[in-house]
Design a protein around this ligand. Structure first.
Ligand code: GLU
Length: 439
């Protein structure tokens, strides 16, 4: 193990925000890159605001992203995170040290830290030189006895031997308090790296927990792949010198470097996130995709069990090439599994716009009724010949037929589409469509 020791120090008050997850990831990557130690420390001294539910969400998000921590109190053979709420004796001891050196005093029931008033200068790994001077003594223990964030944060970093403090830029203005405290303990300063904000998709302002895409737990619910989310998070503020985007974890670990963190704010972009997720979906072996896909279809209320299993697999194989997020699957495949699919109005208007589309559909219907070979190749041969012998193009036939059998204008290739829907159901749907729209 190298001497690098980093920590992620969340205060679990609600959801697991994408900005926190990115901070956790950057710390984790820095530790993994240098063979160091990654610590998870729960800053839970504010009893009113920290809930067990929020802690559960956080820990499950960490596990889902694969951000394992390296040490902590023993909990049944594994190590749990550190909890500030269990470290009161340590804080008392450090408080006594400050009192003994005359740097802490009581006033109005609270305990104050006596500042030096010297300019506090740090050489931030991302921001460069930052100078700030504290002007007033500040509270470290409230009158109700609870310790203030600055104090416990610093005592923990010191006693845990943290070498790099990598955290959100919103803490930059706290750093002068932290360095004042560290110096009062006679400690060396860690390396600071303050990561710029994540801005919301459009408009000014940072991403809030109400913005679409802000919560890690939602990515899991919507069927994103954790590798894709990790890959996207790392690009939110860090870039390799050659601007590559899709990188597996090994490659990211090998290349991650605090120097590569951008100084300017990062802007969240769900198209890029979804695009990357789609690429990771295409990398999955079909078996793995099928397992995940079927679960999503069932959760979406589709009766996958009733369908022919080879057909389910073939449908999913086609979808694997197209979807970006698993949650798109039920909408995308509904017509394969259920006959009561909706007809998209726009697609309908477009399909019925020019020529005599219903005549084309009737010709196709007649052909399909006598067609024995319903394989994509067999269909291509037969339909190809029909189109050849007519004065019309492929799309004059496919347009109305697609809407009739699937309700939408897009989807898999036409031959795959009716092959997968099957002969009987394709013909039923065409007949039903002609009854409704054939006048
Ligand atoms: N509990 C603080 C937070 O969640 C930690 C700040 C730090 O990393 O020093 O923002």
């Amino acid at each position: 193990m190298s001497s690098v020791r980093v920590r992620f120090a969340p205060s679990p008050t609600g959801s697991f925000h994408i900005g926190s997850a990115r901070t956790a990831l950057f710390n984790w990557l820095h530790a993994r890159r240098h063979g160091g130690t990654f610590i998870l420390r729960i800053e839970d001294t504010d009893k009113e605001r920290n809930t067990p539910e929020a802690l559960k969400v956080l820990l499950s998000g960490m596990r889902w992203l694969g951000l394992d921590w390296d040490e902590g109190p023993d909990v049944g053979g594994a190590h749990g995170p550190y909890f500030q709420s269990e470290r009161d004796t340590i804080y008392q001891e450090y408080l006594e040290r400050l009192r003994a050196s005359g740097r802490a005093y009581d006033k109005e029931g609270a305990v104050f830290f006596k500042i030096s008033g010297e300019p506090q200068v740090i050489d931030d790994a991302i921001r460069g030189r930052v100078e700030r001077t504290e002007e007033k003594d500040f509270v470290i223990i409230r009158s109700n006895g609870s310790p203030v964030f600055h104090f416990v944060n610093v005592v923990d970093d010191l006693t845990m031997g943290v070498t790099h403090v990598i955290r959100g830029e919103d803490h930059l203005s706290n750093t002068s308090k932290h360095t004042e405290l560290l110096k009062a303990f006679g400690a060396d300063l860690p390396v600071y790296a303050h990561i710029p904000l994540i801005l919301k998709q459009s408009g000014p302002g940072k991403m809030s927990k109400r913005d679409q895409g802000a919560l890690i737990e939602d990515y899991e619910k919507q069927g994103y792949l954790p590798q894709a989310v990790v890959n996207y998070l790392v690009l939110l503020g860090w870039s390799p010198k050659d601007d590559r985007e899709k990188m597996d974890l090994e490659e990211i670990i090998e290349r991650f470097d605090l120097d590569g963190i951008n100084k300017s704010n990062a802007r969240f972009d769900d198209r890029k996130m979804n695009h990357l997720n789609g690429e990771y979906i295409r990398d999955l072996p079909l078996d793995a995709f099928q397992e995940k896909g079927e679960a999503v279809l069932r959760a979406g209320g589709l009766t996958v069990e009733a369908a022919d299993s080879a057909m389910v697999r073939a449908v999913l194989a086609v979808c694997q090439e197209k979807v970006r997020v698993l949650s798109e699957l039920p909408g995308y495949t509904r017509y394969f599994f259920a006959d009561d699919f909706p007809i998209n109005e726009k697609a309908l208007r477009k399909a019925l716009k020019k020529g005599e589309p219903l005549d084309r559909l009737r010709e196709l219907q007649a052909l399909l009724a006598t067609q024995e070979d319903f394989s994509p190749e067999g269909l291509e041969g037969a339909i190809g010949a029909l189109v050849e012998s007519s004065d019309h193009g492929h799309n004059d036939f496919f347009g109305p037929a697609r809407v009739a059998v699937s309700g939408v204008g897009g989807g898999p290739g036409f031959y795959d589409l009716i092959h997968l829907i099957g002969k009987a159901r394709s013909l039923d749907r065409i007949a039903r469509f002609l009854e409704t729209h054939g006048g």
